[in-house]
Structures are given as structure tokens and as C-alpha cells.
Write a protein that binds this ligand. Structure first.
Ligand SMILES: *Cc1c(COP(=O)(O)O)cnc(C)c1O
Length: 372
């Protein structure tokens, strides 16, 4: 143990890696890292049992976890995660964007999956502890950041399926990342998939639950087969109300110039409540763009695009920030949004959000948490 920080009555034992990357090795890895392929020198783990609560918080060298083959998560998928980023600011400091919102959502996901809550100060303490050692891994290149991946899974050993696990492991890893989509802000083509659904009423769509993503890969593969980049999820009951795009929330822009207004699908319980979505709901009106939470059917989407009333569509999420949707395909045919290129509202909102996250615009919302 080299040093320690205390949070929520817990002390993070700091066990530094004897094999930290040299500055040269790190620089090579930070040159075009892609997304989610490269990891920093360390990780944080915290254990939980019903008897002890959270205990054994530590920073340790990044590396494999050793698991009994009967570990519950491997069989019954009791696993949740979060995704947020640490950004390099112009003064060289490192900051996260609304990490408290990720901590709160992590606990809502935990509740849905019958898992224990992790105190918010432990969630934030884990991030601070990791960045204290690995801040040099936060890239300085434009549109690059350190993607943080907190997750928690069931560690009971045994195949009993009648109750949730009584023990859990929380892990935080970090991955220096370039732009999420290699095409940058290039518009994507989406597939309106009717064969598979992501989330049903009463199901797990609201939780950042690992199984939701396992269930989505076949639909995403179908979208690619149809010549599209991403799948758009429709509601599970009528198959016509638009919910999300892949792992991102959607916004629709009607009109243009001074009369532009935004619509985003309301949180019905089957959508993932994105923090980017929530931030845009706050930012857009401040920029003179009225925004409404409502619903839009695939038919209304097509008709409004044809009449020209619908001028832009974009998707939003932490990983890719804001991505324009240029073209839509379905079993009934295909259509283009506007002229298919990124629209002015999409680009304006993207620029505003990115400027806040990278600290080149003053933070008037208290969203920026300086970490290192
Ligand atoms: C994570 C996620 C989002 C976006 O959430 P952010 O907090 O904005 O990153 C949207 N939809 C799904 C299905 C997600 O998993």
C-alpha cells in the first residue's frame, strides 16, 4: 500500500502498478486509440456483501479478474454499467461532465436489477482515485477524452436462480478514446427495425443493464445488412413509436431559423434516460430553441421529412456526443432528412455541448466537476 483516500467511511488502498507504461509507450497508445481498445495503468475495485456492505476499496494495476465458473453474473446477467468521460481543459486540468448524474443513474439501474446502491461519494471517489494516478492518460487531442466505464456485477458462486446475488464487485476502468464514429460528424443512415424490440413496458429498457446490449446486437447486425449504420428502436407494443437509436437518444428538429423547435421521445420507461439528452433539454431553450418531450411515429417521421417540416434529426449520447441522422431506411422504403447533410441546429448544439465539456465555454449550470 502506497497511500490512501477515505470516502464514505471507506479507504481506497492504493497499490500502484510496477509496470506502468513509460511516457513514450503511453504517447504511442494515445495516438489514434479508437474507442474502447486501450486501457490505463490502473483500475478501481470495491466489494460488497450483504453482511459487510461495501468494503475492500482499492486502486490496483489494470488486469484480468479471476472468477469461479459458477459466478452468478456469468449465468444470469446481473450486471449494470455507466459511461462518462474525463476531458482535458485548456488550463491542463481534468474534469468530468455531470458525474453525479451518472452516479444517480447507476443506482437507479442497480435498483431495477435488485442490486445494492453504491453511495454517490464512493462512485465519485473511485473516479478521483483512478484519475489521481492515471490523469496523464487523458488525451490532449481535439475530440478525444478518457472514457470511464464503471460497472457492477453479481459475484455469488452457485447456480441458484431464486434470488439475487448477495455479493457484488464494482469495477472502474478507463479507456483513452478518440471520436466514437470514425466518420466524425458525418451523418448516419438508420434502419427502422420491426423484427426485434429493445425494451418492453415493465422491462429493463430504463436501466443501463448489460443484457439490453446483448439483446441488441442481432438487430444492429440486421441494420448493417440493410446497408445502414445504426438501428432505430421502436416501441414493443405497436412497433411504430420511435424510441432510440442504438445506444443513443434521438432529437427531431422541425422548422428552421427563428422558428426551429425540437422534439425528443418522452421517457416512457422503455427509454434509457440519457444525460446528454437531459443536458440538451436544458441547453436548447437557453439558445432560443423550444424543446418538447413527446412522441413521433415512423409514419409521421416519413411524412414530416417529405413535407419539409422536419428539417434535421440527430442522436445524442456520451460516447459520440451528437451524431446527425441523414437517411432512414425501412421495409417500406427509404427517405432523406433535409438534404442529408448535418443541419445548423445539430451543429450548433454539438458545438455548445462540446465547448462546455472541454471547458472552452463558462459552466453556468454546475455541470463541470474538476477531478485532477
Ligand atoms: C447510455 C445510453 C444512452 C445515452 O446516455 P448518455 O447518458 O447520454 O450517455 C442512450 N441510450 C442507451 C440505450 C444507452 O445505453
Amino acid at each position: 500500500m502506497n497511500s490512501s483516500t477515505t470516502t464514505s467511511g471507506l479507504t481506497f488502498d492504493v497499490r500502484l502498478s510496477p509496470q506502468r507504461k513509460t511516457p513514450q509507450q503511453r504517447a504511442a497508445l494515445l495516438d489514434g486509440p479508437g474507442f474502447g481498445n486501450v486501457f490505463t495503468d490502473h483500475m478501481v475495485t470495491i466489494r460488497y456483501t450483504e453482511d459487510k456492505g461495501w468494503y475492500d476499496a482499492r486502486l490496483e494495476p489494470y488486469g484480468p479478474l479471476s472468477l469461479d465458473p459458477a459466478t452468478a453474473a456469468l449465468h444470469y446477467a446481473q450486471e449494470i454499467f455507466e459511461g462518462l468521460k474525463a476531458y482535458r481543459h485548456p488550463d491542463g486540468s481534468v474534469a468530468c461532465f455531470r458525474p453525479d448524474a451518472n452516479a444517480a443513474r447507476f443506482n437507479r439501474s442497480a435498483h431495477r436489477m435488485a442490486m445494492p446502491a453504491l453511495p454517490e461519494d464512493l462512485f465519485l471517489g473511485a473516479i478521483a482515485t483512478l484519475l489521481e494516478q492515471d490523469a496523464d492518460w487523458v488525451p490532449t487531442q481535439e475530440n478525444s477524452s478518457l472514457y470511464l466505464r464503471p460497472f457492477m456485477f453479481a459475484t455469488d458462486v452457485g447456480l441458484g436462480v431464486n434470488h439475487p446475488s448477495r455479493s457484488y464487485l464494482f469495477v472502474l476502468i478507463a479507456s483513452p478514446s478518440g471520436p466514437y464514429f470514425s466518420g466524425g460528424v458525418a451523418p448516419v443512415t438508420v434502419w427502422l427495425g420491426e423484427d426485434y424490440t429493445r425494451a418492453a413496458p415493465g422491462g429493463t429498457g430504463e436501466a443501463k443493464f448489460a443484457g439490453n446490449y446483448a439483446a441488441s446486437f442481432l438487430a444492429q447486425a440486421q441494420a448493417v445488412e440493410k446497408g445502414c449504420d445504426q438501428v432505430v428502436w421502436l416501441d414493443a407494443v405497436e412497433h411504430r413509436w420511435v424510441e432510440e437509436m442504438g445506444g443513443m437518444n434521438l432529437f427531431f428538429v422541425f422548422g428552421s431559423g427563428d422558428s426551429a423547435r425540437l422534439l425528443t421521445p418522452a421517457l416512457t420507461g422503455t427509454l434509457l434516460p440519457g444525460i446528454t439528452r437531459d443536458s440538451l433539454l436544458r441547453l436548447a431553450p437557453e439558445l432560443g430553441l423550444p424543446v418538447e418531450e413527446g412522441r413521433i411515429s415512423t409514419g409521421a417521421w416519413r411524412d414530416a421529412a417529405a413535407s419539409g417540416e422536419l428539417t434535421e434529426v440527430f442522436a445524442c449520447g456520451t460516447a459520440a456526443v451528437i451524431t446527425p441522422v441523414g437517411r432512414v431506411k425501412s421495409a417500406d422504403g427509404e427517405f432523406t432528412i433535409g438534404d442529408g447533410s448535418p443541419g445548423p441546429v445539430t451543429l450548433r448544439l454539438r458545438e455548445e455541448l462540446v465547448a462546455l465539456q472541454y471547458g472552452t465555454r463558462p459552466d453556468t449550470h454546475g455541470w463541470i466537476h474538476r477531478i485532477a
